[in-house]
Design a protein around this ligand. Structure first.
Ligand code: F6P
Length: 341
């Protein structure tokens, strides 16, 4: 419910915002939204640099509406990011909580993935209220259908694969492309469908090299295709190894491309900017209205608040029906998987 907020006396006066874990396009948009929403509520905003480690080290900057000018279209994160081993220890979290007391920080907005939220939960146990915003190109935050950065990374990978396809088509070659995603196949599956891959390998689905790769390439060849695109999620195997095995099995020499960190950069898409802005706004509103220790997640297109502890026990699944659709597009070979999401 909207409130006439400016004249009310806020329960909190100063919040901090940080980005942690792998950066994702749209993190800056979320930082901007946090800062500007805070400003609209007369809250002060402290930017913590380098994630949880920055909170331990009191590595901070004051943020105003003007400090976040021009960052909306920028990839990366103006606050820098890091993965902190020290924060995994109780002593590290106690230092971080002490920083909050020293700087008068009443609550922290943490932008990142599940690792960031595990840290947030532990910090909340030290008495610091937190709200999490899901941002990772992997889309592997279990409590949220969508994470900031995923759409941009998908579009970047598809753009790269389209370029590869041009040259593969010209030389009638096979391409094996490795995409990121850590232990999850969301990026690979979405990109594979969008780029018209011959085969997509994801960690969630075991594959048989002969049946799922060799025979599919052969079937595609029989169907008249002269170039083949194999998309491999990094969690499903090494593109280099798969390329070698394809060469040994059928005598064609695939060209292997590991897209790597190129997928994490670039200007965020409209979807990522818009989602990040709404999430940042909702995170600050939640804190201002007295709700804490939760994650702003997406559910069926809307934003919902999920207690962090509950969120970390949730499980989402790759939509295996998308596999079937991909099979139909390529070979008409419909496999029946359970639609789990
Ligand atoms: O979580 C985001 C991600 O880009 C993963 O897809 C990838 O496995 C990992 O981070 C790479 O991490 P680093 O930046 O440490 O190389």
């Amino acid at each position: 419910m909207e409130q006439n907020t400016v004249n009310e006396s806020p329960r909190i006066k100063r919040i901090a915002v940080l980005t942690s874990g792998g950066d994702a396009p749209g993190m800056n948009a979320a930082v901007r939204a946090v800062v500007r929403t805070a400003a609209s509520l007369d809250l002060e905003c402290v930017g913590i640099k380098r994630g949880w480690q920055g909170l331990i080290n009191a590595d901070f900057m004051m943020l105003t509406r003007d400090s976040v000018k021009h960052i909306l279209p920028q990839g990366g994160t103006m606050l820098y990011t890091a993965r902190s081993e020290e924060f995994m220890l109780p002593s590290g979290r106690q230092k971080a909580a002490a920083t909050c007391r020293m700087l008068g920080i009443d609550a922290v907005v943490a932008i990142g993935g599940d690792g960031t939220f595990r840290g947030a939960l532990e910090l909340s146990r030290e008495g610091v209220p937190v709200v999490g915003i899901p941002a990772t190109i992997d889309n592997d935050v279990d409590c949220s259908n969508y994470t900031i950065g995923f759409d941009t990374a998908c579009n970047t990978a598809v753009d790269c694969i389209d370029r590869l396809r041009d040259t593969m088509q010209a030389h009638e070659r096979c391409s094996v492309v490795e995409v990121m995603g850590r232990n999850a196949g969301y990026l690979a599956l979405y990109v594979g469908i969008a780029a018209g891959a011959t085969v997509v390998l994801v960690p969630e689905q075991e594959y048989d090299f002969k049946k799922d790769i060799v025979e599919r390439i052969q079937a595609a060849r029989l169907a008249g295709n002269t170039h083949f695109m194999i998309v491999v999620a990094e969690g499903a195997g090494s593109a280099m190894d798969i390329g070698k095995r394809i060469e040994e099995a059928i005598g064609i020499a695939p060209r292997v491309t590991v897209l790597g960190h190129i997928q994490r950069g670039g200007s965020p898409t409209a979807r990522d900017r818009e989602t990040a802005t709404r999430m940042g706004y909702n995170a600050v509103r939640a804190l201002y209205e007295g709700r804490k220790n939760l994650i702003i997640a997406t559910k069926e297109g809307s934003l919902v608040e999920i207690p962090i502890e509950e969120a970390l026990h949730m499980k989402k699944h790759l939509q295996m029906d998308r596999y079937n659709i991909m099979g139909v597009m390529q070979l008409g070979a419909l496999k029946l998987y359970v639609n789990e999401n």
